[in-house]
Ligand binder design. Sequence first.
Ligand code: FAD
Length: 535
Amino acid sequence: MGWNFKKRQEELASLSDKEYDLVIIGGGITGAGILLDASARGLKAIVVEKEDFASGTSSRSTKLIHGGLRYLKNLEFGIVRETGQERAIAYNNAPHLVVPEKMVLPIQQGGTYGKFMTSIALRAYDWLAGVEKSERRKMLSKEKTLEIEPLLKPDKLKGSGFYSEYRTDDARLTLEVIKTAYHRGGVALNYCKAEELQYDKSGQANAVVCKDLLNNEKHVINGKVFVNACGPWSDEIRTLDKSMNNKRLHLTKGVHIVIDRKKLPLKHSVYFDVAGGRMIFAIPRGGVTYVGTTDTDYSERKENPNVSLEDVNYLLDAANNMFPKANIELTDVESSWAGLRPLIHEDGKSPSELSRKDEIFLSPKGLITIAGGKLTGYRVMAKKVLDIVCKRLDVDAKCTTDNIRINGYAEASMIKEIQKGLEEINLDSHEFKAARILHTYGSQAFCICKSIKENNYQTFIEAEARFCLDSEMTITLLDFFVRRTGYMYFNINTVVKNVDKIGQVFANHYNWSAEKLEMEINSIHEEVKNRSQFN
Ligand code: FAD
């Protein structure tokens, strides 16, 4: 059976008969990775997510699978090595979702690093991450730098470092990791909020009470081991468990803005520093370029954090300073998003000084909490957790996820077949479109193309909606436009143009009333406003 709403209802109905080896709270990339590792080790595992999968930080990152050059500045060599190795594993196992991306690091007079330091840092970065010889950094002269990236401000430019990273779609990566786990017996329920932990007579956690947020029904999930992978919400679960200690989360907000690629036509990603030593990315992607991020303390509502005018102006100033010819204005900002970093609090340190390292907290009542860390390190974070879980369960099973291909696995060469597939069904096979399809759905793209033919769809997006409803546990229009397709961030006009049509596809599928359909469509208009209007 496809991984869809019907499957969700069946799983919910059979919960009371079961006892899981492992119950995971939180369906971001951390929970997804843990579900996959557990399922691959033969454990009976389930993840519950209170909204949609990846609706927290895991759809709001800079969307890079990177070794973390900034760690080198803090001399955190261990993290650079580990994330560098994980970057290589992520690429090998999911080339459809982890795409090579060349980065330009401009060296400017008065900037954080000089030519010599940049050269050494990037060399060390490649070495620690085990980068292949042909992919290692090159140091470029001022002239060569302006040749490959003519928009850069020439005044104080002294040259650049040109090095390798990877970009991804964080929400799709989370989803495909969950689907990989699903094919190995893992269970994943969205819109299912953990509200209470229950304990046996000896005080050890033995169940979690969840509320199905689609109908407010409560379900008890029995389990042997419990993991809290709630990212910015982790302390809420630790509070439920009454196991808060002297360490707590410190949330900082990171904002990205999206600009039409014609307005900021970068050829490569650029990683540049701004006054105060912060580093900013400008990343071209399909028809847009996105710029981020900010790093400011945050204590407001954690769901869908807002992007303020101040955040946008900060990023516009940074981009205009580095690419003055682009002359980007507020009205050029098409979309935006904000994510929360769940950092571990340390007295006296500023947000950008806090370590991005993951940390595990073990509660005396059995709850295992994992917080902090990076998208890039999700697999190794899961391994650390599962090593503890297996010990507790007295199961002798090793981690194998370094060799597990992620669902939809497809190599870059498949792009030609996708282009051919699009031509066969008389759809415009623009280069960006074929690349987007490959890097969104991988090999599943063929299933979508086939359904266009079979159902005589007039547009690709209708077939996408069909696929997402049948095989991707897509429940709301926001799930579809934000996390399954990324249109809300990277092609907001497509959202506005198609919301009524796709709303009707969902309404037919789920038998929505006229009121429900109107509510769903309004939620999209509201989100378009949140993403593109600022005050
Ligand atoms: P989340 O994705 O937040 O998942 C936690 C989930 O728990 C949420 O979906 C939430 O709804 C759910 N939840 C909460 N309470 C409950 C409950 N009671 N019951 C059920 N579910 C619940 N890393 C990189 O490697 N590369 C990058 O380029 C990068 N850029 C970043 C940029 C920014 C601005 C930020 C903020 C982070 C960035 N990171 C990056 C880090 C990375 O995004 C995070 O480390 C990662 O997404 C965290 O995933 P998570 O699963 O731990 O948390």
